[in-house]
Design a protein around this ligand. Structure first.
Ligand code: HEC
Ligand code: HEC
Length: 385
């Protein structure tokens, strides 16, 4: 396992070809940084990603919901989902991390495995990063611009309009359609940078033989790779195989999406998130995919609470307890405390995976060991010298 991991991780680093990327800081700078086309495009992507003027009204950028300090997930961990630039609007889902998102293959149906793989968003509805980046600008529950022209106009008026033209050519901001595609291209280029896929967690140093797990972390890793069956879906080095599963996650009664105006959610609290089943690009029967969500990376999971597509679980202990006893405890009724003496019904009862989870037979100590291991996946670890 360890050897296989190291081999794959080297391939990834090489594939990314990151040595020359700007923002790395420590690499000796041989070329003029402001003339390298890639560096310019990355810089433009960064400006676009963090420009809070690119919403209507101004106030929200991509970074507002995907901040570096919280692993590029939503910094507001008190909310299960994200608040839009209109403060009375909320999306239906928990913001995933943008870190390692570039590692997902394009959305496709794998004939051999008979499974959907990859794509962006928890239902894979955007094929890749550039397609994904176009959506938040125009989503009324997020950055809420009325149209592409508004976004491009804001960039034309910005102090980095020159940089945009340097990257995409003089007058490139005059054609709204191509300029909007170029916005997405620049953002995707930024998201491909090493800072989004650093592989600098304690786990990575242990795998390179430069650090050691504590006893508890080591036990947790063994459980992850064994009795817990976590590795089947959360494969390293990325801790995901980019496939989709329905874990039987319950609805989140505290989801503020249930309260948004009927024009955005006509179903109110009866709203059901069908996940992959509602992806418009399926080539097979949607009923077989209802309730499935993309297996997320577990990298940085300790700093990206809450958890699952609807943020129903607040702590890692709760997540692991759910895997452990979903099918052991009775269903919550009028009484009972979720996760303590019962679990609520799944949001979507079809296609629930009953083979790999639900009754793992983990002791309380083993649950704690698994959580300790998950906490070794946070990037920015500095091994003792
Ligand atoms: C209001 C909060 C909010 C804003 C603003 C926002 N996002 Fe997101 N982002 C989310 C949520 C919520 C999801 C998950 C939605 C879904 O899967 O349907 C998401 C998903 C993503 C994903 C997919 C990650 C994955 O693993 O599938 C990427 C990449 C991403 N956002 C990048 C961006 C970019 C680029 C912008 C700016 C153009 C942006 N986001 C603006 C909340 C936000
Ligand atoms: C059958 C595949 C599968 C197995 C096995 C599995 N997971 Fe998951 N995991 C998923 C999927 C899919 C999600 C997202 C579900 C959702 O959003 O509704 C997820 C989500 C999570 C999350 C929340 C991540 C986040 O950012 O919200 C954690 C933590 C997690 N899994 C840990 C584990 C651990 C620990 C194990 C082993 C005990 C495990 N998983 C086993 C598929 C799996």
């Amino acid at each position: 396992m360890a050897i296989k991991f190291i081999a794959t991780s080297i391939t990834f680093t090489t594939l990314l070809g990151l040595a020359g990327c700007g923002g790395g800081g420590s690499a000796p700078v041989e070329q003029e940084p402001d003339t390298d086309p890639l560096v310019l495009k990355q810089d433009l992507g960064k400006r676009l990603f963090s420009d809070t003027n690119l919403s209507t009204p101004p106030g929200q950028s991509c970074a507002s919901c995907h901040e570096a300090v919280t692993g590029f997930a939503d910094p507001d961990s008190n909310l299960p989902v994200s608040q839009g630039v209109h403060l009375d609007r909320f999306g239906n889902r928990n913001a995933p991390t943008v870190a390692y998102a570039v590692q997902a293959p394009e959305f496709h149906f794998d004939q051999n495995r008979q499974k959907y793989i990859g794509g962006q968003f928890v239902d894979g509805r955007a094929a890749n990063l550039a397609e994904q980046a176009k959506q938040p600008f125009l989503n009324p529950l997020e950055m809420a611009n009325p149209d592409k022209f508004t976004v491009v106009q804001k960039i034309r008026d910005s102090d980095y309009a020159d940089l945009f033209e340097q990257v995409y050519g003089v007058d490139s901001l005059n054609d709204t359609e191509t300029a909007f595609d170029q916005v997405a291209d620049a953002i995707a280029t930024f998201e491909k940078m090493e800072q989004f896929s650093p592989f600098t967690s304690k786990f990575d140093f242990v795998m390179k033989g430069e650090e050691q797990f504590t006893e508890q972390e080591r036990r947790g890793f063994q459980l992850f790779d064994g009795k817990g069956q976590c590795f089947v879906c959360h494969q390293f080095p990325l801790s995901t195989d980019h496939s989709y599963s329905n874990l039987g996650v319950p609805k989140n009664p505290d989801n503020p999406f249930y309260t948004v105006a009927a024009e955005f959610n006509p179903d109110g609290s009866d709203f059901v998130d069908w996940g992959l089943g509602a992806n418009p690009n399926l080539v097979t029967a949607a009923s077989l995919e209802n309730g499935k969500f993309k297996v997320p990376t577990l990298r940085n999971v300790a700093i990206t609470a809450p958890y699952m597509h609807n943020g129903v679980f607040k702590t890692l202990e709760e997540v692991v307890n759910f895997y452990n006893t979903r099918d052991v405890l009775p269903r919550c009724g009028a009484t009972g405390t979720s996760g303590v003496d019962c679990w609520p019904a799944p949001e979507v009862a079809e296609n629930v995976d009953t083979e790999l989870l639900g009754n793992l037979g983990l002791t309380n100590e083993e649950v704690a060991d698994l959580v300790a291991f998950l906490k070794t996946l946070t990037d920015g670890y500095v091994p003792p010298q």
